[in-house]
Design a protein around this ligand. Sequence first.
Ligand code: PEP
Ligand code: MG
Length: 578
Amino acid sequence: MVIFRMKSYKGLPVSKGIVIGKVYKYSRKRTLIESNYIDGEEVASELNRFRQAREMAHETLLLIKEKASKDLGESQAQIFDAYIHMLNDPVFGEQINELIREERLNVEGAIQKALAELAEKFKRLNNNYFQERLRDIEDVVSYILRALHGTTNDLTNLPANSIIVAEELTPSEIALLDKDLVEGFILRQGGMTSHTTIVARSLSIPAIINVDTRLLEELRNGEEVILDAIRGEVIVAPEWEVLERYRKKISIFKKKEEELLGLRQEESITRDGYRIRLAANINSLEEVDSVLRVNGDGIGLLRTEFLFRKKDHLFDEERQFKIYKSIVEKIGDKPVVIRLLDIGGDKDLPYFDAPQEINPFLGWRGIRVALERQDIFKTQLRALLRASHYGDLRILIPFISSIEELREVKGIIIEMENELEQENIPYNRNIKIGLMIEIPSTAIMAEAFAREVDFFSIGTNDLIQYTIAVDRNNSKIASLYTPFHPAVMKLIYQVVKAARHEKIGVSVCGEAAANKYLLPVFVAMGISELSMSSGYILESKKLIRKLKKEDLEEVLDKVLEMSQAVEIENYLKKIMEA
Ligand code: PEP
Ligand code: MG
């Protein structure tokens, strides 16, 4: 009898797309060895557990070997032959079986005991060679242990078509991934604007968060699942007809994306001629190609903290200069807005010595770090100024909460300009300096700030969390985190009016910029630019081209009169879906 276990689970889609892939369960925790004794009747199942785990470890090692020989060459891959040999060593296998049978140890206990005995023997030999062999054996054994626990703490050796299933992932962990091997993410924790989901979106990797713990428990490593990150659904053990249906859906989705490419040369303009620029948010050098593919209006936000994430140290001036210069040159005449390092909150740099804080989002973050660690800050500024000579590079200052802070930063920029001047190094003397509006105090004081800078960029991700006191990463209160909150609408409008009054540009670069229901509001407010993951640019363009600014003035008035987020959201949905 065939038992179907097909089931579906709901979650919040945070990066659109539909994929079919293989589960890859990941846990940051190291695989714990839980040694224990077993009852006589458990011996057979324990022997079986060992056999299966050994077979799975064998398969994993074969895959790694294949990848290593492709990436690193045959000779480097030979180490994995040695590993496979050790894994299949009959003496080792029999020793574990015996410990299970005779000493009634579970597999973990048997492995631990065998390793301890071996370590003791090698220690007596007092020879480096054997110490190294012991390390190899421990490594081989770790593959068995991971197979036993069904999760892994290794993100560097993914099989192809992996859908990563995890409690949570940090942006640094995503940086480790070989993106060609990842089809999607299924996570329990996170929010629409946590940096992990932002990175997934900018890489156009479908992702779903807030899934039930039962789903994480139920999924088995290597099994096929459907991840529908449009409807917000995960289908476990899909039946054949369901798979077929989804394959069709995927090809329709892809076709629609292709069709959108037809709009790449069209202007982003409303029916009555209001032009709103659609720029891209990027987090890495590789993403520049995606911006070119959709013909975005330049780069509206480059989060530099992500550029440095992969390596084990901050880049020096020369290296940063080369990166910034190459981005500016690739983008051509269009503007490239580069944000100064914004470390802190949920953006750690593994090698950066930041203090443990009870409240990191209200702590040592963004410009507060930069002003204290001026060595880092000045290096970045020099590199940016030097690169400004090669295109329309603009500097964006994050996380400012007072005029004093902003003036201090501007003072240091002038200091760096003077240094370059003296060294006869060219830079753009009219470089534009912009300010992130992401803290309510700055939004409230927008008029004063508008007289100090060349443009504003509204960071709704933070502005929302600080205005309504809802942590952007906390899935427990995710339903409270909404861009439709009337206080957020009013604050944004206040900032836009201040910018318009002082005749400076104003863009929205938080995730709300790609929210299609907010488009009429942003157009009506007179925002000059929206900056979003490049995968959302053409869809937004398509919608903008259907709007008429004149008709939207009334919509904005109505929104500003409303006092509840849900009222605003429903009203805007009705308008856009009409
Ligand atoms: C924001 O806060 O809206 C923003 C764009 O910056 P980040 O998401 O990096 O905090
Ligand atoms: Mg921010």
